[in-house]
Design a protein around this ligand. Structure first.
Ligand code: PLP
Length: 426
């Protein structure tokens, strides 16, 4: 297997760690008098005590040494108390036991997408993404390389059989194989689908066979809309971290504005993530990490899971309303998936329909907005596709939104028919 060093892009090779950040472990040696570092004196900090009221009705205070730690510079990889808590959380949630060196707290999983692209991609490299793809990922990749291999999505997630065929073709031609495969295994954005167990295993086999990494971006893992057991993550199926770099996010289960997520992977890869962060932003906000830690300490994992589950009922209710209204109002030629995770439904309209034109011409008048498929396109133009989200509006409003979407579809149908008749005349 190619080593991490061999995989790195030249911009990420042979970087030396921040000489000051690397001295941080010395600070916890008892009796150490530190004349190093450029830490501001805590006497100068504005916070003495931070009070937090949780939705559960309970409160917590961050005060004394904790308030200072939340205000001060901290370790790059994680807040001292949150780091071990996240390792326990990861084991509780995914059944995967990792070490401190295999985890790094991020400013949301979006930061992890950018770091992966920064670390591993040269301009002539290529990356596998699903088609449609989350534009935050293709955008991060595009900053470094624009060679995408599109793997189609169906109701069972990324079509790994088609991917296998594509990889064999590349190999036969002697072309470069992908550096990594980017996948959103649960509640895909925008596809709404969840990758089946067989395909998860197949993707891991392909990674071994063709020696690539897998970027498992899983922010909707716990946004579960059915009661069934969740599938094992790609990382859990791998057994020990080798090829899978996993991104977890607290955006959809805690609070997105806090910008909190974490990466887990082989220690050599996390080390490279740490080096990136040392020079990009030093570390994720200690205050924000302290707030998450305070919540987890007060509520425990089981209560957190129960809270997430209760919130998922709201999403499930909204999904059901959207599915029901789509069945009632949309013409039968419009196809869509029923998501088991996440917040999105991907609508495929008859070919010839132009989603961008529909939004441009009818959205304002009909007062309904969806995202045209082109925003997520990689290979094909996805001109006749639309993404609808059921996360923000109430079920009644969703029904009305679907009714208006149906009107939009019928107007586009009339336009297409008009164009056809026009074409016949001329
Ligand atoms: C698939 C996917 N990945 C990553 C992100 C970014 O998440 P975060 O808020 O953790 O940066 C999103 C946000 O919508 C997403 O849908």
């Amino acid at each position: 297997m190619t080593t991490v060093d061999q995989r790195l892009a030249s911009r990420a090779k042979e970087r030396s760690p921040s000489p000051i950040r690397e001295l941080m472990p010395y600070l916890s040696i008892p009796g150490m008098i530190s004349l190093g570092g450029g830490y501001p004196n805590p006497e100068t900090f504005v916070f003495r005590k931070l009070g937090i009221s949780f939705k559960s009705g309970r409160t917590q205070q961050i005060s004394g040494a904790d308030a200072i730690a939340a205000s001060q510079y901290g370790p790059t990889s994680a807040h001292r108390e949150l780091g071990p808590t996240l390792l326990q959380w990861h084991k509780h949630k995914d059944g995967v036991t990792l070490s401190e060196q295999e985890l790094l707290v991020l400013n949301g999983s979006q930061e992890g997408l950018f770091i992966m692209a920064y670390l591993f991609l040269e301009q002539d490299d290529c990356v596998v993404v699903s088609d449609p793809v989350y534009p935050g990922a293709s955008g991060a990749v595009s900053a470094f390389c624009r060679n995408f291999i599109a793997a189609p999505l169906d109701a069972h997630g990324m079509d790994t059989a088609r991917l296998e065929k594509r990889l064999r073709e590349l190999q036969a031609r002697g072309d470069k194989l992908p550096k990594f495969v980017y996948t959103v295994p649960s509640g895909h954005n925008p596809g709404g689908v969840t990758m089946s167990l067989e395909r998860r295993k197949h993707l891991l086999t392909l990674a071994e066979l063709h020696d690539f990494l897998i970027l498992e971006d899983d922010p909707y893992q716990l946004v579960q809309l059915e009661d069934e057991e969740t599938l094992p993550t790609l990382q859990a199926l791998e057994g020990e971290p080798r090829r899978v770099i996993r991104l977890d996010s607290f955006s959809k289960i805690f609070a997105p504005g806090l910008r909190l997520g974490y990466a887990t992977a082989h220690a050599d890869i996390i080390r490279q993530f740490v080096l990136f962060k040392q020079y990009a932003n030093l570390h994720t906000s200690m205050l924000v990490q302290a707030m998450l830690h305070s919540y987890l300490k007060e509520h425990g994992f089981d209560e957190f899971r129960a809270e997430i589950k209760a919130n998922c009922l709201l999403y499930r209710n909204n999904r059901d309303a959207m599915v029901e209204a789509a069945r009632a109002y949309l013409p039968p030629e419009v196809t869509f998936n029923i998501p088991g995770h996440g917040m999105f439904i991907w609508f495929i309209l008859p070919s010839g329909f132009d989603a961008e034109r529909m939004i441009r011409q009818d959205s304002e008048a009909l007062k309904v907005l969806l995202v045209p498929g082109a925003a997520f396109a990689i290979d094909t133009d996805l001109k006749n596709c639309m993404r609808a989200s059921f996360s923000m509006v109430e079920d009644e409003t969703i029904r009305e939104g679907m009714r208006r979407f149906a009107q939009m579809i019928s107007r586009e149908g009339e336009r297409i028919e008009g164009e056809r008749l026009e074409g016949e005349k001329s």
